[in-house]
Every structure is written in structure tokens, then in C-alpha cells.
Design a protein around this ligand. Structure first.
Ligand code: NAP
Length: 482
């Protein structure tokens, strides 16, 4: 399916060989088989890519929104038509079940479609002046060249959630995908080219994160860095970008609490919690990481959750009906095991799972796991696990649940399960999170703002809010005669 070596550096509309011949191998995380090698680019490739994006900026930004829109529509259409093949590539490099992967590709195309529609709606303002001799205008302008850095857990949608609004706004881009999942990025760049994107508007560099990131940070032509990944790297980018006062948009880690109130529909809530926790094998920034269940329903809830989890099929993402694929790598597996060990050491009981999945594949698989008796001091109740363990803690009243849910430096997503509308509104307003799901665990859609508060990030992706990140507001003050 793949060449021994796949070209992965795309600058000014051309696939390039690198200055150095250094490569990095892409593996199938389910089997640990080598898929292909891609270029290990660095500062010089990034510099050339930034130059290409700078040259393309006047061309792209001066096109009308309608003209940009047509290219984004075409890209969305091409991606949707090719979703099955792109989904298979995504599963091969990332591991998630094929159905989820095809769903991600269609969702990724959905961001392009939404921003194709938004491209011609960058409205300005005419502000009534307090003096008769002035006219006050505010016009939106694209910020310029942007650097986009993406993670491996959503190799397609994290790219289009950034490039969709950036391109619609009139920005040009240099993209650096995660080393585990460059193949989806390569396919997306090919789609843009096929859709008629002018040369230099979208450029791709795979390779040395430190060197690529450093060039983006120190090159004055890059006006904004949009990053999705860990809070640690987000903080680093924030510190280092201060030298040139670059704009930043950061989608960082989370530690989502799910609260199941005593008036919840237990059948519905167990299905939703399962969907939230085990999607992408728990490797999602908005996955439930802590589960608080009202003490009066905890036994019934845990028992039903266990029955449903026991039916989940584990295996290669390409296998029929598989719902849980591999963890991305050994480091991820070790983190999951460390969280499990720490919880058990501190008194948690394993209700289901609790160890490696002993299947016939070489990848790093972990059984879907439920723990009861979780307490506040456990690692798993404080740090992102990024794996398939769900710790259950009980609570006695609403205030206690909300206090525990808010007791974290993260603020990305939180979920509540209740059939009481008053409680739903009251609790949503009190949760210190950028996103609250009420009987809903899939709150990422192209038309609404997605993003965290506190140490989960700055800025929004999605909706018209997502496009605002890539627009400056220019104020034009006109003095009139007489
Ligand atoms: P990560 O280690 O922070 O890496 C993310 C990206 O940043 C990768 O492409 C990585 O490349 C790159 N990177 C690392 N150090 C860099 C540097 N010094 N300069 C420039 N780029 C650098 O995160 P991850 O493990 O891939 O992703 C998981 C994290 O992402 C989790 O914390 C998750 O919650 C978060 N996430 C958040 C959202 C959201 O919307 N808030 C969505 C998805 C994921 P290398 O791997 O080559 O270092």
C-alpha cells in the first residue's frame, strides 16, 4: 500500500527531497509492522516552507472570500468522496477502529465545508462616531503566515480544524503533523493541491519537532502558531513565542470529569460514558478521565457499565466490529499501567479488566478497565491517562460533585448526566470548563466553538469563533473635511 519511502515535505506546490537523507519510520501500532519511512525535516526545510507561505500570502489573502471558498468546497468534496480509503490509512498509522477513522475523515471534511461557507462572511463594522467629522471602520484582515502543529490522536480532523478557518480567513500555512501519523497529513495536502490551492498556500514539513518549532517561533514571518497537543509543549510554545509577540491558539490537555446524578437515566448514561471513555481507546483530549456517580445509584450503574464494557471487541482497527484498538506506543501503555498500579496501591478495586490484553497482535493493547473506590489522591484522578481506564468515585450531593469536578488545573470538557433540566443548567453554569456536555459526550462539531480554559488552552476552534483566531481587526479612522 505504501512505498518504502513516502515523500512528506511539500513546499511551494512541490514534493521535495530533503537536504539530509534522514528519515523516520511510521509503524502500524496494532502490529508494530513498518508502514513506510518519511522525511525527518528540520530548520532549513521549515525556513523554505515559511518563505513559500510568505510569497503566497498576498496572492491568497487578496482573493475574494468566494474564490477561497470554492477551493475549500472542492477539498471538502474530494475528502468526503475518498473517506473510506483515507480512513484505512488513518487506522493503519493511528490504530483506531476503521469506523471511527472513516467518521473522523468525514468530520475533517465537515470542518472544510463549514469554513468554505464562512470564507465569504468576514464582516467588519461601521462604528458611529462621537464627532461629525470622522468615520470609523473596523475591517478583518488575515493575520498572515501561520505555523500549525498537530498531534497523533486525530491525524485528520486536528489538521482541518486549524487549516479550514486559517485558509478561509486568507492566511497561508506551514503544517507540522505528529511523527506517528504523517500519512493522513500527506493525503490532506494532496487533496488541497488537487482542489486547486495555489502553490505555497499550504506547506508540509515532517521531522524534528524542536527544530521545526524553533524556526516557527523565531521566524518573524510567522505571525501565529496554532497548536494542539500536551499542556507541557503548549507552555513551552507560549514562553518562546513572547520574543516576537506572536499570536497563539492552543488546544491542550484535559482531565474531563463525568458526573452521573441520581436522576440520570442509567441505561443511557452508561452507554454515553462508555462512548466518551473508550472512543479512540481513551486517547482523546475530551475523554472522561474521572467518573463521579451518586452513591445511591453507584452499584447499579457500575454493574450495567461492566456488562456493556465486557461486550467490547478488542483488536486491530481494521478487524470486523472492533471497538478498541491499540495504544499508540509503549510509552502510552506504560502510563496507563502506572495509573492502574497507583490506583490499586491506593485502594481502588478492579471491577473489570486491569491488565494488558493478551491477543495475537504485537501492538500495545490494554483491556478496557473499570475501577471502583477511586479517591482524590490517585494519579488517575489528577493526570490525563490517555487510555482505557475508568475510575469511579461516589458522591453524596451536587455541591460536592461540582467541587471535585472543578478541582483541577485543566478546563477542557466536562459532562453531566441528569434528566432534570434545572440541575442541568445550574451545574453547566458552575462547571469551570470550556465545554460542557449535558447527556452528550460528542461535543465537537464544525459549527460550535471548541476549546479549553485554565491550563487546557487559549482560543477556540470551530464555529465563526474559530475563524476569529486567524483575523486581526484593523481600525480605520477617516477624518472628513468641513
Ligand atoms: P505533544 O507531545 O504535545 O505533541 C503534539 C505535537 O507537538 C506533535 O506534533 C509534536 O511533535 C509537537 N511538538 C512536541 N514538542 C515540540 C516543540 N518543542 N516544538 C514544536 N512542536 C513540538 O502531544 P501528543 O502526545 O502528540 O498529543 C496528546 C496531547 O494532545 C494530549 O495532552 C491531549 O489532551 C492533547 N490534545 C488536545 C486536543 C484539544 O483540542 N484540546 C485535541 C487533541 C489532543 P513530536 O511528537 O515530534 O515531538
Amino acid at each position: 500500500m505504501f512505498e518504502k519511502r513516502t515523500k512528506s515535505i511539500f513546499i511551494d506546490g512541490k514534493w521535495k527531497d530533503m537536504d539530509s537523507q534522514k528519515t523516520v519510520t511510521v509503524y502500524n501500532p496494532a502490529t508494530l509492522e513498518r508502514l513506510t519511512d518519511v522525511a525527518y525535516g528540520g530548520a532549513s526545510e521549515t525556513k523554505s516552507a515559511i518563505e513559500a507561505a510568505s510569497t503566497a500570502f498576498p496572492v491568497w489573502s487578496e482573493m475574494t472570500g468566494r474564490e477561497r471558498s470554492r477551493i475549500l468546497y472542492k477539498a471538502a468534496e474530494l475528502m468526503t468522496e475518498d473517506a473510506d480509503r483515507l480512513g484505512e490509512i488513518l487506522t493503519l498509522e493511528q490504530g483506531k477502529p476503521l469506523k471511527e477513522a472513516v467518521g473522523e475523515v468525514k468530520g475533517a471534511a465537515g470542518f472544510l465545508l463549514w469554513y468554505a461557507e464562512e470564507a465569504s462572511r468576514g464582516y467588519g463594522e461601521w462604528i458611529p462616531s462621537s464627532t461629525k467629522s470622522k468615520r470609523l471602520l473596523v475591517i478583518p484582515r488575515p493575520v498572515g503566515v501561520i505555523g500549525a502543529i498537530t498531534p497523533w490522536n486525530f491525524p485528520a480532523s486536528m489538521i482541518t480544524r486549524k487549516l479550514g478557518p486559517a485558509l478561509a480567513a486568507g492566511c497561508t500555512a506551514v503544517l507540522k503533523p505528529a511523527p506517528e501519523t504523517p500519512l493522513s497529513a500527506i493525503e490532506i495536502v494532496k487533496i488541497f493541491a488537487k482542489a486547486g490551492m495555489p502553490n505555497g498556500v499550504v506547506n508540509l514539513v515532517t521531522g524534528d519537532a524542536q527544530a521545526i518549532g524553533n524556526e516557527m517561533l523565531t521566524n518573524k514571518d510567522v505571525r501565529l502558531i496554532t497548536f494542539t497537543g500536551s499542556t507541557a509543549v503548549g507552555k513551552y510554545l507560549m514562553r518562546e513565542s513572547s520574543e516576537h509577540v506572536k499570536k497563539l491558539s492552543l488546544e491542550l490537555g484535559g482531565h474531563a470529569p463525568s458526573i452521573v446524578f441520581d436522576d440520570a437515566d442509567i441505561d443511557k448514561a452508561t452507554t454515553l460514558v462508555l462512548g466518551s471513555k473508550f472512543r479512540n481507546n481513551g486517547q482523546t483530549c475530551i475523554c472522561t478521565n474521572r467518573l463521579y456517580v451518586h452513591e445511591s445509584i453507584a452499584d447499579a450503574f457500575t454493574s450495567m457499565l461492566k456488562d456493556k464494557v465486557a461486550q467490547m471487541k478488542i483488536g486491530s482497527g481494521l478487524g470486523n466490529d472492533v471497538e478498541l484498538g491499540p495504544l499508540i506506543n509503549e510509552k502510552a501503555f506504560e502510563k496507563v499501567q502506572a495509573h492502574l498500579d497507583d490506583a490499586v496501591k491506593n485502594g481502588a478495586k478492579v471491577v473489570y479488566g486491569g491488565s494488558q490484553w493478551e491477543g495475537n497482535l504485537d501492538g500495545h493493547f490494554y483491556q478496557p478497565t473499570i475501577l471502583s473506590g477511586a479517591t482524590d489522591n490517585m494519579l488517575i484522578m489528577n493526570e490525563e491517562t490517555f487510555g482505557p481506564i475508568i475510575p469511579v468515585q461516589t458522591f453524596t450531593d451536587e455541591d460536592e460533585a461540582l467541587r471535585k469536578a472543578n478541582d483541577t488545573d485543566y478546563g477542557l470538557a466536562a459532562y453531566i448526566f441528569t434528566e432534570n433540566t434545572n440541575r442541568a443548567i445550574r451545574a453547566s453554569e458552575k462547571l469551570e470548563y470550556g465545554i460542557v456536555g449535558v447527556n452528550d459526550v460528542f461535543p465537537s462539531v464544525p459549527e460550535a466553538p471548541f476549546g479549553g480554559i485554565k491550563q487546557s488552552g487559549v482560543g477556540k476552534e470551530g464555529g465563526h469563533h474559530g475563524m476569529d483566531e486567524f483575523l486581526e481587526k484593523k481600525f480605520i479612522s477617516v477624518g472628513l473635511d468641513g
